[in-house]
Design a protein around this ligand. Structure first.
Ligand code: PSV
Ligand code: MN
Length: 387
């Protein structure tokens, strides 16, 4: 097995983007619990995201969601981010909260609704230019609840047309990242339910279009690492939305529900060249409904780093030799050996060497940041899914 010192340089290159919405209040359809110190606007979210980066060195960008993070002056938001040591990242569109989109957005049969949805994406493309970031991420709630409600095939054609209009609007160095999800909010059929459908659309669009794999968006039992391997092989894996789940799209902290699955995914990312490839963006897409949000984000990026380290320690030569020899148990032992390696002390030392706190969770608790923002952020409307 490789030594930790051999993998330190690869860890150095890791970047994990934080979702602005993780800092706002979230919940289930039963209840959204408020929490002291919750940001009230995108500027305050930027400060919280920057704190995560300051303590971990892992999260230099924050994704924004439009309209939740709409501001008058995006350049100013970018400047504030830079003042705090981070930058703005992926721009997420949102066509799932307007009444007009009840029966679909980019797939709606009414051209006026499709126009509205396409224009919203044009706005997001403009924002990409203003904040100087690369990726427009598109996730659609489009789908139907009852058999016969919609023409499944026609909706695919409408989707292809709408996506193509958006794609043509992208500048040369921008990308359209299409995210799939097998159900919810639609319960019968979803227009982009799986990686194959997302792949079919992005392949038709062109080189600047890729797939986003949200780890929570698969049926239970799906072999996600297989999808990772396949999309990397096809050069179409644009990004990850990391989170974890026990049941459906739970949006729990990445690595919390199934650390071994995260390891298996990261092994495939490593083997497919995705760890050193800027074209494969790592993002979190999570909600912290009951746990404190900033520590929740810190824990999450550390989980990704920890599993990345273990994946990097996997002895690929020994693995290949065992595979080629047909040594089933030997190959599995090599694989599990890396998974079971405890890298926490090495990572603490790695952080110390880089001027970072050895224990970012403890450093956050001791920093007094939460108490400060809780005292400052009084009044106004706490950010959430509506704002
Ligand atoms: C949809 O469930 C999704 O995963 C998309 O990425 C959205 O943009 C995000 O969640 C909103 O939380
Ligand atoms: Mn997502």
């Amino acid at each position: 097995m490789a030594q930790f010192a051999d993998i330190a340089a690869s860890l150095e290159r890791q970047r994990i983007e934080l979702p602005s919405w993780a800092f706002g209040n979230s919940g289930t359809r039963f209840k959204v619990f408020g929490s002291p110190g919750t940001p009230r606007d995108p500027f305050e979210k930027v400060r919280d995201a920057a704190k995560v980066h300051e303590l971990t060195g892992l999260a230099p960008t924050m994704a924004i969601h439009i309209p939740w993070d709409r501001v008058d002056d995006y350049a100013e938001l970018g400047r504030v981010a830079a003042d705090h040591g981070i930058a703005l990242g992926t721009v997420n569109s949102n066509t799932f909260q307007d009444d007009e989109y009840k029966l679909g957005s980019l797939t709606h049969t009414d051209p006026a609704v499709r126009r509205r949805a396409i224009d919203h994406h044009f706005e997001c493309v403009d924002i990409l230019e203003q904040v100087g970031s690369r990726d427009l991420k598109v996730w659609l709630a489009d789908g139907t609840n009852y058999p016969g409600q919609g023409d499944i095939r026609r909706r695919q054609d409408l989707l292809a047309e709408s996506l193509s209009e958006i794609y043509q609007r992208l500048g040369p160095d921008k990308r359209l990242i299409l995210e799939y999800k097998f159900f919810e909010p639609a319960f019968y059929h979803t227009d982009v339910p799986d990686w194959g459908t997302a792949y079919a659309h992005v392949a038709a669009l062109g080189e600047k279009a890729k797939v986003c794999l949200d780890t929570g968006h698969h049926a239970p039992g799906t072999n996600i690492e297989f999808i990772v391997a396949q999309l990397l092989r096809l050069d179409k894996l644009g990004s990850f939305d990391f989170n974890s789940r026990f049941y459906a799209d739970d949006d729990l902290m990445v690595g919390a529900a199934d650390p071994f699955q995260l390891f298996r995914i990261l092994v495939e990312v490593r083997c497919g060249g995705g760890l050193d490839d800027e074209d494969v963006a790592f993002m979190l897409d999570q909600c912290h409904n009951i746990e404190p949000k900033i520590p929740g984000q810190i824990r999450s990026v550390l989980n990704v780093q920890e599993m990345t380290a273990r994946a990097l320690l996997l002895d690929l030569e020994a693995l290949r030799a065992a595979q080629d020899a047909g040594d089933v148990l030997g190959a599995n032992a090599v694989y599990m050996d890396a998974f079971y390696t405890d890298v926490r002390a090495d990572l603490a030392a790695w952080r110390r060497e880089r001027g970072l706190p050895a224990d970012p969770m403890a450093a956050f608790a001791a920093s007094g940041y939460l108490e400060t923002v809780a005292a400052e952020r009084v009044g106004g409307q706490a950010a959430g899914w509506g704002a």
